[in-house]
Design a protein around this ligand. Structure first.
Ligand SMILES: [Zn+2]
Length: 258
């Protein structure tokens, strides 16, 4: 999963207040503009959204690309208006507690393409891992928190929304492994791992470090780092690896590219 940063300019007119979020879940939206791209929707936010000052943390595009508009430490303006009286109180707090993901779609029925949906599943699974969210309890449609008919396809096909949450749970299960391990399998495909690149340096001493766990080929990033002289600590509650050599960190964030 690759996320491209295109952060909005700070300021209420751009939908970015800078207020701190107290994250309790994720709200999924559709852009309601068939065929529009992720970057064009991001620019709509940036340019003031016709005076509405709306925004979202992420936008998932028609090719499955993911743009980050607002950091996960801040609120976004995506679910603050109630669409029926039943949601007046809920709508007041939505933006202070929920992450917002806008999703692009090719047609007016709002159905996401397979590649877009897969990226959305990966993003939701990744956020659920980082924030300790149970997908079945912490993923919401915009409709569920304000009454708006958004995302339209899932409002019209509630059984597909349940399946979506199941898919996020499946993806999350695949990516949650014992301490110190990173799963380098993607979907049902197995990849031959040749080397790991950390901060531009290739580590290719993987032959002796590859293990099989539950039928999957696994490389422990701890083993790779320790074999290359790093001291590694693992924070179980934060699910975070820190690797240090000569008093400098190896990395603060890890991307796995294929
Ligand atoms: Zn929405």
């Amino acid at each position: 999963m690759k996320i491209t940063d295109a952060l909005l300019t700070m300021g209420a007119s751009h939908g970015r207040t800078g207020k701190a979020i107290n994250p309790k879940g994720i709200v999924v939206h559709y852009v309601a503009n068939p065929g529009s791209s992720a970057i064009s929707n991001r620019n709509y936010f940036e340019n003031g959204s016709n005076g509405r000052g709306v925004s979202s943390h992420y936008i998932v595009g028609l090719q499955g690309e993911i743009i980050r508009c607002i950091p996960e430490t801040e609120v976004a303006m995506h679910a603050g208006a109630a669409y029926s009286s039943a949601y007046l109180e809920q709508a007041k707090v939505n933006n202070s507690i929920y992450y917002g993901i806008e999703t692009c779609h090719p047609n007016a029925d709002g159905k996401f393409s397979d590649i877009t949906n897969l990226s959305l599943i990966e993003l939701c699974a990744d956020m659920c891992v980082h924030h300790g969210f149970d997908p079945h309890k912490k993923l919401f449609t915009h409709n569920e928190v304000t009454g708006k008919l958004c995302p339209l396809y899932y409002v019209n096909h509630p059984e597909e929304w349940l399946k979506f949450k199941d898919d996020v749970q499946d993806m999350l299960s695949k990516t949650t492994l014992p301490s110190g391990y990173v799963n380098l399998a993607v979907g049902n495909k197995n990849y031959e791992i040749e080397a790991v690149n950390i901060n531009g340096r290739f580590y290719s001493t993987l032959d002796n470090l590859t293990k099989v766990l539950d039928g999957k080929k696994i490389v422990s990033i701890r083993d790779v780092l320790e074999a290359n002289g790093y001291t590694v600590t693992w924070n179980e509650s934060l699910q975070r690896i820190t690797a240090v050599m000569n008093n400098s960190k190896a990395f603060s964030q890890m991307d796995v590219n294929f």
